[in-house]
Ligand binder design. Structure first.
Ligand SMILES: C[S@@+](CC[C@H](N)C(=O)[O-])C[C@H]1O[C@@H](n2cnc3c(N)ncnc32)[C@H](O)[C@@H]1O
Length: 261
């Protein structure tokens, strides 16, 4: 398994063995809520990938990683070792917040903030400024992080990858593709992402998109009475037990599901 360079809340890194076997059968893989890209970089046998997320800074980072990998890596290796304490983190955050362009510097800084902030939560305030604080984690082996950055860039370069920054309603369609949907979990979306909270109406709309699509659509979510009701029209429900990955210290076991439409 390939490890993503992001510490992404809700990452599917530890659940891939339950998800990947159900993603076969089409030439194109559409990662509708791609986040830290943990699923796409481990999905095999596709000739084309579409990676999409509503987080514009995240998608800007993938765009620049793909556009100019040597410069992206040069900047990461130059700037990452400088972030050692609260003061250097705050300078990085100020620099990111004062940059209004979606450019290479913004892309590099977004990944650096993710690696060094508290629990990897990419929280923006009401003025759309990054507001999480320093994570107090010292990275003793930066080389491991750099290798993971290269792994993500290799995926972006070696495959035919289209990058989108859209709401899921505009992405789930009828192409000859498998659409994998990993939305923020039902009732678990408090201030963990840079985008607006994912409401119950959003979850219902996603089910409607899945039902209307002529393609294979898979949706991940927490397993509970409410989600079983939500996905009652799915062709199949796969369940498994796993640990929470919400970036915090809560690591108790719980059940998740994969609804297949
Ligand atoms: C659970 S995370 C995905 C994690 C990813 N599968 C991984 O393993 O790294 C959910 C993602 O949905 C994105 N998101 C939230 N609302 C969205 C929307 N309306 N349309 C598309 N993406 C959205 C968030 O920015 C976040 O990155």
């Amino acid at each position: 398994m390939i490890d993503s360079c992001w510490k992404w809340v809700g990452s599917k890194r530890k659940n891939l063995q339950y998800i990947l076997p159900h993603l076969k059968g089409n030439r194109c893989f559409v990662d509708v809520f791609c986040g830290g890209l943990n699923v796409s970089i481990n999905a095999k046998d596709f000739s084309h990938f579409v990676i999409n997320d509503l987080d514009k800074h995240l998608i800007n980072t993938y765009y620049h990683m793909k556009k100019n990998p040597p410069v992206f890596m040069y900047l990461i290796e130059k700037e990452f070792p400088k972030i050692k304490d609260k003061e250097s983190f705050n300078s990085l955050r100020d620099r990111f917040n004062s940059n209004t362009e979606y450019n290479m510097d913004n892309a590099v800084d977004y990944l650096l903030l993710n690696k060094t902030c508290f629990q990897g939560k990419m929280i923006l305030n009401s003025e759309r400024k990054f507001c999480n604080s320093f994570g107090y984690r010292v990275h003793k082996q930066p080389g491991l992080f750099y290798n993971k950055v290269w792994d993500v860039m290799d995926f972006l370069l070696e495959n035919q990858v289209s990058i989108k920054n859209m709401d899921f309603r505009e992405v789930v369609g009828d192409d000859d593709a498998v659409y994998y949907c990993d939305p923020p979990y039902l009732n678990h979306n408090k201030s963990r992402y840079a985008v607006k909270d994912f409401s119950k109406k959003d979850h219902q709309d996603l089910v409607e998109c899945a039902k209307e699509s002529k393609s294979r659509v898979l949706i991940s979510n927490v397993y509970c009475d409410e989600t079983l009701e939500l996905y009652k029209d799915a062709k199949q429900i796969v369940t498994y037990s796993t640990k929470w990955d919400f970036g915090d210290t809560t690591k108790s076991m719980h059940k998740e599901l994969l609804a297949i439409f």
